[in-house]
Design a protein around this ligand. Structure first.
Ligand SMILES: Cc1ncc(COP(=O)(O)O)c(C=O)c1O
Length: 399
């Protein structure tokens, strides 16, 4: 009997993408769905970036480029890493890929083998574990408590490291919790990591969406981690460029070269027009960031206030970054309406979609089944409408 590859057969579609796809399907069927599921800014890509792409298209920059991106793009990334993170990288230590997602998948595949363990503090973005499993390694989930504000505690980290641990994936600001590591917290974690023999991966894709000011980078705070550290970043969230597919990794040149060999075989260079647009995004005036951040800040305040009013929803932390809230909904477990029973965050998300036509993502695949993830990357008007609907739907749930 013909079979699929064992590792591919074991993975499912990303929960966030599946939730968003369901909402899109319902919209196409004429149902008025408010989507709070998507992990993307609702803003349009800034005009200066689009203009750079138009010019590149007109100039015929439509051919293959070097696999890891043009030298001009790598230099722009180098400049960005210095300007925003005080980190020095040479072009040979940088690879541009089709989104941070591809950069992460390639680097993870290049670093880990069967038998290796990779620590993933949870709640965590749904794709980290899948990428580690696809590489044949084993994701080791390390739960971060609500009491700690979903911040990894150094002692817990120390205890989680085994002789098989080869890597850790950190993500601040966090998708899905919005938690942001402060400098003291990063130093405390760095103290543990500096004594351990493992790759330290830092996913910084939400770095500019922070409400209490920028924090120093882990590898700047503890430069001894940099020789075995990998930075991942993306233009998707910072410049509202999700659909353009451009992100990057920076790290030791052997690692970047290995990821480049993989990319050369499985996809090739990231889109040539996008690369030109990315240079403009990274090196041009950065004023749009503030406009978007101001909007996210207002939405954050509204969403926190609205969630606190919903019986059965509890917000363990006020998100200090990214554009997600991750309420605990265990107060609603065991309730039901019209035959639909709430047994976890996923079933509540399904209920809210059916009953209120509001799409959210259940917490299971983030490693936190009693939660739902709500994205507030949408207008205040949409948010108010969505929360009015959620309140009405939740009020119908009874024991
Ligand atoms: C934490 C995190 N990392 C990486 C990505 C991937 O971003 P992209 O591939 O669009 O650059 C996302 C997207 O949602 C994310 O939330």
């Amino acid at each position: 009997m013909l079979k699929l590859n064992r590792r591919i057969a074991a993975i499912k579609t990303s929960a966030t993408m599946a939730a968003d796809a369901r909402a899109t399907e319902m919209k196409l069927a004429g149902i008025d769905v408010v989507s709070l599921a998507a992990g993307e800014p609702d803003f349009d890509t800034p005009e200066r970036i689009k203009e750079a792409a138009r010019k590149a298209l007109n100039a015929g920059q439509t051919k293959y480029t070097p696999v890891a991106g043009t030298l001009a793009l790598k230099n722009a990334i180098k400049q960005k890493l210095k300007r925003d993170n005080q980190l020095d990288y040479e072009p040979g230590e940088i690879i541009a890929s089709a989104g941070a997602k591809q950069a992460e998948a390639n680097v993870i595949a290049a670093l880990f083998d069967e038998g290796d363990e990779v620590i993933i503090p949870t709640p965590a973005w749904v794709s980290f574990a899948a990428m580690v499993s696809l590489a044949g390694a084993e994701p080791k989930f390390l739960p971060c408590s609500e009491e700690s504000g979903f911040i990894l505690e150094p002692d817990a980290l120390r205890r989680a490291i085994t002789p098989r641990t080869r890597g850790i994936m950190l993500n601040s600001p966090s998708n899905p919790t919005g938690a942001v590591y402060g400098e003291e917290q990063l130093s405390a974690i760095a103290k543990v990591l500096v004594d351990a023999d493992l790759w330290v991966m830092s996913d910084d894709v939400y770095e500019h969406i922070v409400y209490d000011g920028l924090t120093a980078h882990l590898f700047h705070i503890e430069p001894r981690l940099k020789p075995r550290g990998i930075v991942f970043n993306s233009l998707s969230k910072t410049y509202a460029m999700t659909g353009w597919r451009i992100g990057f990794a920076a790290g030791p040149k052997e690692v970047i070269a290995a990821a480049g060999r993989l990319q050369s075989q499985n996809s090739g260079n990231p889109n040539s027009i996008t690369q030109v647009a990315a240079i403009e995004a990274l090196t041009g005036p950065q004023d749009e960031l503030k406009t978007m951040l101001d909007a996210f800040r207002k939405r954050n305040a509204l969403v926190v206030e609205r969630i606190r009013r919903i019986p059965g929803f509890r917000l363990p932390n006020v998100p200090q970054g990214a554009f997600y809230v991750f309420p605990n909904v265990s107060g609603l477990l065991g309730t039901s309406h019209n035959g639909t029973k709430v047994t976890d965050g996923d079933s509540l998300a399904a209920y809210l979609l059916d009953e209120a036509h509001v799409s959210t993502v259940g917490g299971n695949d983030f490693g936190a089944p009693e939660h739902v993830r709500i994205s507030y990357a949408t207008s205040i008007e949409n948010l108010n409408e969505a929360f009015d609907r959620i309140e009405r739907a939740v009020a119908k749930l009874a024991k």
